[in-house]
Design a protein. Structure first.
Length: 448
């Protein structure tokens, strides 16, 4: 009964929305209706709602968008002050759902699949144009050695406040490109070409200060399927994630070094190097100190604060498991609560596609009264691990420890699922059977 009541109520809301749209459009001609619907659909396809000023500058430049949007005041929350940074957005989530409904929404107002592709392509183009016109180098006037942690966040926020929509374009241009892929036209390619040839370093600087540097590689990977393979633009866009991953430490700490150190160590024979050279040839170091000959010598850099002792690929070769050791670290003994110095070992899963660490399980090691004591966070008592192996499907990681135990780690949940015992000394080798049913181990006790 409750489900039926909710269904009737939802249908009633849809009927009201239909009446509102028909009323708004009743005095308009076909071209005006098309323009109004275009604005409405574009707003519904935004990944984050924008202020009226940002809508004017980014979504519908050179148009009276405030007048068009105000016509929908019954269904949209519109700030009274058009210069406010408050967003324009639907009062209720049911309104976008209504526009998506092929059964309830009148056909000429429907935001169907084809319309969505068109609007996302339009937003991608608007974002690219906006970036090409408004990106600036060193827009905060920083010193070359300025670090991200020392930035005045108020100045950063003020800069983006004065350029409404710029942060949105930096974050979501590739999302709209991906979602509007079927409708990508030559003008999109032209704007993208200008972006990578003239403005990509400025965009990286903006992303660093927005705190979205970890998303940059994925943005270029999103658009690659819509570019022609072996075309120069495709080559440059496929090299940019390599450039970003190779310079991850620079990008995270020193925003302006992307114009200097990052360029010096970019492979000199890469197409991207030629592109970046012309963007910043005044700052380039001598050719003789430019780094690698090609990207294939190092595809990904995984930065860790510790020595890496063990490493293996997961089954599908898109993820790595590696163990690191870091010392010293303040630690309290579980038994005595005594403050001691100890080491820390960590098992990590690194996604080689996204460039992100997905899980980490820490093992704390402490020398107390000549005995090795440790604690595996979230699980049981443990000591240092000596070896690791993964299953063929990548679902399990097995590692052997100094405490004579074997632990089986679920890579999806990040939790230890089983602890195996039986050896009388350190475990030095482990392996998982192809069907995940058995674990083989070798120990200092000369057994397996």
């Amino acid at each position: 009964m409750q489900m039926l009541m909710n269904q009737k109520k939802l249908t009633g809301i849809y009927a009201l929305y239909s009446q509102i749209l028909e009323h708004v459009m009743s005095k308009l001609d076909d071209d005006e209706i098309q323009a109004q619907v275009h604005v409405l659909h574009a707003m519904m396809c935004l990944q984050d709602p924008l202020s009226m000023k940002a809508l004017e500058l980014l979504v519908m430049p050179k148009s009276n968008i405030s007048l068009m949007v105000s016509a929908f005041h019954s269904v949209l929350e519109i700030p009274a002050d058009t210069n406010s940074d408050s967003p324009v957005q639907a009062f209720h989530a049911s309104f976008p759902q209504f526009l998506d409904s092929l059964n309830e929404c009148p056909e000429r107002y429907q935001l169907n699949i084809d319309q969505k592709h068109q609007k996302h392509a339009h937003l991608a183009l608007c974002s690219m144009k906006y970036l090409n016109c408004h990106l600036q180098r060193n827009f905060l006037g920083l010193e070359l050695d300025s670090e991200v942690t020392d930035l005045n966040r108020e100045l950063v926020n003020l800069y983006f406040f004065k350029k409404p929509g710029l942060d949105y374009a930096c974050k979501f241009w590739s999302t709209h490109w991906n979602l509007g892929g079927r409708k990508i036209q030559m003008e999109h390619i032209t704007e993208l070409s200008e972006f990578v040839n003239k403005n990509v370093l400025k965009w990286i600087e903006h992303c660093i200060l927005l705190g979205i540097q970890d998303q940059m590689s994925a943005m270029f990977e999103q658009i690659l399927p819509y570019l022609k393979i072996q075309d120069n633009l495709w080559d440059i866009c496929s090299e940019l994630p390599l450039f970003i991953s190779q310079n991850v430490e620079i990008i995270r700490k020193w925003p302006l070094e992307i114009y200097n150190s990052a360029l010096i160590w970019t492979p000199k024979n890469s197409l991207l190097m030629t592109t970046l050279y012309f963007q910043d040839r005044k700052r380039m170091g001598p050719t003789v100190v430019q780094g690698l000959k090609g990207w294939n010598q190092c595809e990904q850099v995984v930065s860790q604060a510790g020595i890496v002792y063990y490493i293996t690929f997961l089954g599908n070769n898109t993820k790595l498991v590696f163990g690191t050791y870091k010392n010293p670290l303040p630690y309290h003994s579980i038994v005595s609560l005594q403050h001691i110095e100890q080491g820390q070992q960590t098992l990590n899963i690194f996604n080689t596609v996204t460039g992100q660490l997905e899980h980490a399980v820490k093992v704390h090691i402490a020398n107390v009264n000549d005995f090795i004591r440790g604690y595996l966070l979230g699980t049981n008592y443990a000591t240092a691990f000596n070896c690791i192996a993964s299953s063929q499907d990548g679902s399990l990681v097995v590692y052997g420890s100094n405490d004579k135990t074997i632990r089986i780690w679920n890579t999806s949940t990040g939790k230890i699922e089983h602890m195996l015992v039986g050896h009388t000394s350190y475990i030095n080798a482990v392996s998982v059977s192809p069907d995940n049913s058995r674990v083989v181990s070798g120990s200092k006790d000369t057994t397996q």
